[in-house]
Design a protein around this ligand. Structure first.
Ligand code: SF4
Ligand code: SF4
Length: 509
């Protein structure tokens, strides 16, 4: 880490000068055979990788109509080219979204279009060689699947989906990524990304009860495996021990306590994150989601609430209904999905985000706050990509932007927005999303955080902002690590429910 330095801030807006090859060979570690085996993928690059990769590509093009449209529709207008934080930070032209897509599009043209088969050079078609495969592994793991580029594309081409397809092909031929696949293996085996076993989790929660009692004098509970509880809380496992995540977990518990809501965590399903989405693999995505269904059925809960985790909320909001039966539109041929549908209380939104829960309770007058408790914080809000561009809240367009901000304003006095070109649906990724939150990609993560750090510096200079709130476990972990490299205090990043926790009045209701 000593030799990793933050790039210099730019004068905004600016199109970065090109540095071809700047991130060549700087991709992530490759998954070992043990890690691959645990997910049912080949342990190492298979002998006939070329044919298998092309066959898989054909299968995905047939299965996902959108992928085929994205391969054909790009007119190379360049509108997306300077919108990616990794291109801005690294200046490597292959990190331009259009160039990233072209890594796959060139191969698509060669094998799946007539001109590409006959005149490959004329139409920019390439054979899938070992060098090309290595290039895929390198640059498709320099995309956080944040979808910012797609907001600016006149055709709505979603580079994240191209990245997911590439990663799916790479896994199929035995060329996976260590970090994401290792984490998925831990969820299958133990139930969470951290590999935290149930006894350790229970100890942690008991310790938290003691801490909160000491700090407030009030018995706030952190229940686990309670059959018949009303709410099952599914939250990222980082909330159980990492800083500042744990402060948000304390905030959720205080909200449940103050509103008299019976709730529980599950030791069997102690993870909201679902890295199956990052690697683009439907079976992994579903298997992880089904643990949550199993926990909900076993515990007999009536509601499922999701903690502060960006991509987990996208998976819950957009995919849980068809994956597992939580939410409208569940698969009627799936008997367990139907059992869950019958069990859940449909007077409430299923699933519900913890911010929706808290905001509802504030609206009903069930919570009260001492806003002054947050006066030491001058706050801004970082929209997390998957919440901003892959989900909603509150049942209306834009609710995912309003509700976290409404909560902050209800619990604190000082709030300032960052540059509007970098918030709401135009938000910049933290630089660590999409399965890239690993130390083998630290250089990329630091460079990818540049656009967010620049605008944070602006509000720090103009308004004295000293706290950036967010609702994503990956953003919290990423910023905690890279903010000091940009000269900020690592404690400047925290959760919305951390602010709730500071200000909430306990014991009144
Ligand atoms: S990281 Fe985000 S902006 Fe960059 S190419 Fe991937 S999806 Fe697009
Ligand atoms: S904005 Fe869309 S059409 Fe234009 S270059 Fe980018 S992906 Fe292609």
């Amino acid at each position: 880490m000593a030799d990793i330095a933050a790039p210099a801030y730019r004068v905004i807006p600016i199109i970065p000068a090109l540095k071809p090859g700047a991130m060549e060979g700087k991709g992530p570690f490759v998954a070992s055979d043990k890690i691959q085996d645990a997910l049912g993928f080949p342990g190492q690059l298979v002998e006939d990788w070329h044919d298998q990769a092309i066959a898989k590509m054909g299968e995905l093009l047939g299965k996902y109509r959108s992928l085929k449209v994205y391969m054909d529709a790009c007119v190379h207008c360049g509108a997306c080219s300077d919108k990616c934080h990794y291109f801005i930070g690294t200046q490597d032209p292959k990190n331009m979204p259009v160039a990233r897509q072209d890594l796959m599009r060139s191969v698509y043209r060669r094998y799946f279009t007539l001109p590409g088969k006959i005149f490959p050079k004329l139409v920019g078609a390439r054979d899938l060689t070992r060098d090309v495969l290595d290039e895929w592994h390198n640059y498709f793991h320099q995309c956080s699947e944040c979808r910012r580029c797609s907001v600016f594309c006149p055709y709505g081409i979603d580079t994240a989906e191209v990245t997911m397809a590439a990663r799916e092909i790479l896994d199929t031929v035995g060329y996976g990524q260590k970090y994401s696949n290792e984490i998925i293996g831990k969820v299958h085996k133990i139930g969470n990304n951290l590999g935290l076993p149930a006894p350790a989790l229970k100890d942690t929660l008991e310790g938290l009860e003691e801490d909160v009692k000491e700090a407030t004098g009030i018995d706030v509970r952190f229940p686990i495996d309670v059959k018949g509880a009303e709410v099952l809380l599914i939250t990222p496992s980082a909330d159980f021990f990492a800083e500042p995540h744990i402060d948000s977990l304390i905030g959720y518990a205080k909200v449940f306590h103050a509103t008299g809501t019976s709730w529980t965590l599950s030791s069997m399903s102690s993870e909201a994150a679902n890295f199956g989405m990052f690697i683009g693999n439907y079976e992994q995505l579903r298997t992880i989601a089904l643990r949550i269904r199993q926990a909900a059925l076993e515990l007999g809960v009536k509601r499922i609430v999701v903690g502060e985790c960006g991509h987990a909320w996208r998976v819950a909001y957009s995919f849980w209904n068809t994956l597992s039966g939580v939410g409208e539109g569940a698969d009627e041929t799936d008997k367990f999905a139907m059992m869950l549908q019958k069990q859940l209380d449909h007077r409430y939104k299923q699933p519900m985000h913890i911010c929706e829960f808290t905001w509802d309770m504030i609206g009903q007058g069930a919570l009260s706050f001492d806003k002054e408790a947050n006066d030491k914080h001058i706050i801004t809000f970082h929209d997390s990509c998957n919440v901003a561009r892959g989900s909603s809240m509150g049942g209306y367009p834009g609710g995912q932007f309003d509700i976290p901000r409404n909560i902050i304003k209800a619990v604190a006095n000082n709030f300032y927005e960052m540059n509007p070109n970098t918030t709401h649906e135009r938000t910049f990724c933290c630089g660590g999303g999409g399965g890239l939150l690993t130390d083998d990609l630290l250089d990329l993560r630091v460079k990818g955080a540049l656009p967010r750090m620049e605008v944070l510096q602006q509000v720090a200079d103009e308004h004295g902002v000293n706290f950036m709130a967010c609702i994503c476990a990956i953003c919290k972990a990423q910023f905690t690590k890279i903010m000091p490299i940009y000269g900020f205090d690592r404690r400047m990043i925290g959760g919305v429910h951390q602010l709730v926790s500071n200000a909430i009045r306990l014991g009144e209701k």
